[in-house]
Structures are given as C-alpha cells and as structure tokens.
Design a protein around this ligand. Structure first.
Ligand code: SF4
Length: 484
C-alpha cells in the first residue's frame, strides 16, 4: 500500500513522527507534486486546549482535548497527536498494529517515565495500552520486562560498561547492515588493528578509573569476534579487568572450536552467543550465512562443556519463513535449553544485500500479518523463560520488536543497560559508539570511525573523541527525574 506524504500544519509535532505512524499502515510513502490525496493534519493549541482536524482520501475526523489546569507540553502533545492519527488510520484501513501509535521511542523508556512520575509498576501496562493503543500482549510484555529488570536496572551514573568491537566475520550475511569486514578482505590489517585496539582499551580503562567510574559489564561483539585467531582472542581478554559479566560473541557456529572456547574460559568469559538465526538450512544458505544447523548443534554441544551462560539469537521473518517456521525455530532452541534466547524481527536496512532484492514492506506484508499470529512470548514463557528487554527499530517486519528472554536469574546486565540507556558505554574499536549518560538522564554519544583501515590511520583521534565525551559529562547536569 502506498500513501502520499503528510502535509502538516502544526508546530506541535515533527513531520517525520507523523510519517512513522503512516508507515505502520502504508509502508511505502511517496512524494507527489500535487499532493492531491495527501494526508493533512492541522492543529491549534493554546496551551490548555488542543483542537485538531485530519483529512485523507475523502475521510476526515476532529479531535479536541482539554488539559484543564495543566498546560500541554511538546512531547505530550506529539504523543497525543500520533495516537489521534493512529486511531484515524485504523478506522480508514480496518487494521491495528501491535505497538499501537508507538514509534521512535523505546516502549520501556515510556514505562520508566511513568514509574518516575510515581505510577505503580502493575498499573503501567494498562495505562500504556490505553494511552498508545498497545495490544494486550505487548502491554503484558512491558509489564513482564519491568518485573524482570528489578534488581538489574541500575541508573547509577558512576557505572560504566565496556564494549569492544571486532568488525570481522567469516563471510557477510545478506540481511546484515553492520559494518563488518569479511576476514579474507581484512586479514592483513588485523595484527595492527588488534595492537591499536589493546591501546584503546587500556586508555579507556584508565580514563574511566580517573573519573572514578566502576566497571559493570563487558561485551565483546562485532561482527563475530570468534573469527579471530586464538592468540588474538587471548590477548584481548588479557586486557580486560576482572568483571562479573563478560560476554563474548561467538555468533557464527563455523568459528567455534575447542581451542577458542578454552581461551574464552581462561579469559574469564561468563557468557557467549551462538546464534542459529534459523535452524532451516535452506534459509541459512539463502541468506549467505554459510553455516548449517548441524554446525550450530555441534558448536552448542561443545560450548555446553564449559560454564558459560549461552545466548542464542533467532530472527523472525527471514525470507520464506513465517509464523510456522518461527514456532519450529523457537521449539528447537528451547529443546537445547540455552540460558538466553533473543528473538529478533527482520529489519531490512540500508547497507544489507537483502535491501537490494527485497522490498520489505510490500513483499512481506502478508507474512508480517501472519507473524503476528504467533506469540514468541507465550511459547517462551511456557518453557520457563521470561522476557527481560526489548527494543524496536525502523523497518521491522510487522512493526514488531526484538526481545531478549532469559531463564530467571540469567539476565544480561549489558543488554539491560544498553536498551534502557542507564549506563555509560565506553566503546573501543572501529565502528564502536561510546555513550555518556549524564546526571538527569541526558545522553551524548561519540562514534569511532567505521572502517578498520581508517581506524588505524586516525587512531589518535579516537582517543581524543573519547576524552572529550567523558570529561564533559559532569558539566551540564539537569534535574529531570529518572526512575531509580
Ligand atoms: S555474522 Fe552477524 S555481523 Fe557478521 S555478517 Fe552475519 S549478521 Fe553481520
């Protein structure tokens, strides 16, 4: 379905926010010189009362709200108008979306905003369901996550997490939009890269120590860090100080060997990822992952001989995979009993090869609807897992989400910190993005350059960027309350 871009006559909402709501119903938006059937939304607000009118393809509606004593504020108005537009488009199309009018914001961020205002944790899901038109299942998902994060959620800005990026993979998967280099194309650069990366890790740990910050969790990701040689893996792990949680991504089963697992165990790794994405070999071949389900089973069996917590990632909605395939994948994963299972939803973004061959939104529209008919949450909670974090991205199939599930007590701190944006992340390596969380919840980011060769050339600049980011952090505190 296509629709013309919206025309907007209000200063209270950003046009892109409207477009995001329209895209929930009309995945393809087009610009048109005449804008004959474009959606128009006009809005007057005098601070207390708001009046809106909307027209689109012959349909129209009006909406008024009175804020009484309390003046309506920008963000509040924006959310309200988005829900108004959402309701209107539901009526026009006869469709509903699982996350209602929520776009461009982490659902749990809204939930924590409500908690910070003094809302009871058990009242939050129903209030969000009503305010943003969430489906009962998504409201329940939020409620379960809030409970699963109790005791793990920590907004102490004296904490930081360390992230180390190894943007290297054995081959490139078709759906991947990360900056990751194929091993054969970057092998010559790796010795120099690892040498500089070790320097950046050392510099970063010293910087954080001088600031008096405490290391909470470490995550070595990418890419596929287990693509590296055993010796390089050991050198990187030797640079990491003792930490209660140290995750090492061994996502591709074709990179997992006994020698590498020995190095991870010797380097005090506590958690690894072995990611099937799907157990269907035809799909694995089609997405260029160059592993088979047999290799995943073998790598998992090998890793189970160690004491790591193990996460497995699945992707819902891969080409030719609908709700039945997802059910089979989840059942297979559960039968292996990993500690964590992450269910991603396919999002086809710029930079991926799939983007070139798939028009995600139109080609898969039917599959997206079908995917909604199966509930990973129901299947996984029945198997003893609890959802503990979620995030959403643009261009996700069916407007769904990525959600992490865990055996109770095995929540990954790094994932919670990252998704809830409660902890600074000092990130090292090409493509790594550091994040400083300031008092009051204000966040600033600083990215390293993306490519390995550029990282090598401009290494000293990465250290300068990091210093500038973290040394400024205490200068501009604001007083916005956040949930503790
Ligand atoms: S293994 Fe992961 S990071 Fe590497 S190409 Fe595939 S999806 Fe991208």
């Amino acid at each position: 379905m296509t629709a013309k871009l919206p025309y907007l006559n209000t200063a209270y909402i950003r046009r892109t926010e409207l477009e995001d709501v329209m895209r929930l119903f009309y995945p393809v938006l087009s610009a048109s010189p005449d804008n004959a059937d474009a959606l128009t939304l006009s809005c007057d607000a005098d601070g207390i009362a708001v009046n809106c009118a909307i027209t689109f393809r012959g349909a129209s509606d009006n909406y008024s709200a009175d804020f009484g004593e309390e003046p309506a504020r920008g963000k509040q108005l924006q959310r309200l108008l988005k829900t108004f537009l959402y309701d209107f488009l539901c009526a026009v199309t006869g469709l509903k979306r699982p996350w209602g009018s929520l776009t461009g914001i982490r659902p749990t961020a809204l939930a924590y905003e409500m908690l910070a205002r003094g809302e009871d944790i058990d009242a939050v899901p129903a209030k969000m369901q009503s305010a943003y038109r969430l489906s009962p299942e998504k409201a329940e998902l939020i409620g379960r996550i809030l409970h699963a994060q109790k005791g793990y959620y920590n907004s102490d800005i004296g904490n930081f997490d360390l992230y180390v990026n190894i943007p290297v993979c054995p081959s490139r998967c078709a759906y991947c939009s990360f900056i990751s280099h194929e091993l054969k194309k970057c092998a010559k650069l790796l010795p120099e890269y690892i040498g500089l990366l070790l320097k950046e890790i050392d510099f970063t740990l010293n910087l954080q120590a001088r600031l008096g910050h405490r290391l909470r969790a470490v995550y070595i990701g990418g890419g596929t860090p287990s693509t590296l040689e055993v010796g390089d893996i050991a050198r990187i792990l030797a640079a990491i100080p003792p930490c209660g949680e140290l995750t090492f991504e061994a996502g591709r089963a074709d990179t997992v060997t006994r020698e590498k697992l020995d190095a991870l165990a010797a380097g005090n790794v506590t958690r690894i990822s072995i990611n099937p994405q799907t157990f269907n070999d035809a799909t694995l071949a089609a997405i260029g992952r160059r592993t088979t389900s047999e290799e995943v089973f073998a790598a998992y069996a090998l890793a189970r001989g160690y004491s790591f917590d193990i996460n497995m990632d699945l992707i819902a909605g891969l080409p030719a995979e609908g709700a039945d395939a997802l059910r089979v994948n989840i059942d297979t994963c559960v039968s292996l009993a990993p500690d964590n299972i992450t269910v991603h939803t396919l999002a086809i973004k710029a930079g991926s090869r799939l983007k070139l061959t798939h028009d995600l939104n139109s080609v898969n529209a039917g599959e997206a609807e079908a995917l909604n008919s199966f509930s990973p949450m129901a299947a996984l909670t029945a198997a003893g897992y609890i959802p503990y974090y979620l995030y959403r991205q643009k261009y996700m199939l069916g407007g769904l989400e990525n959600a992490g599930y865990t055996i109770p007590g095995k929540q990954c701190l790094f994932n919670i910190d990252t998704m809830e944006e409660t902890s600074s992340v000092a990130a090292c390596g090409a493509g790594a993005i550091s994040k400083a969380v300031f008092s009051g919840g204000r966040i600033e980011r600083s990215a390293n350059v993306k490519n390995i060769d550029e990282y090598i050339e401009r290494f000293s600049e990465m250290l300068e960027r990091k210093t500038a980011l973290f040394y400024d952090r205490d200068k501009q505190a604001d007083q916005t309350p956040i949930y503790r």
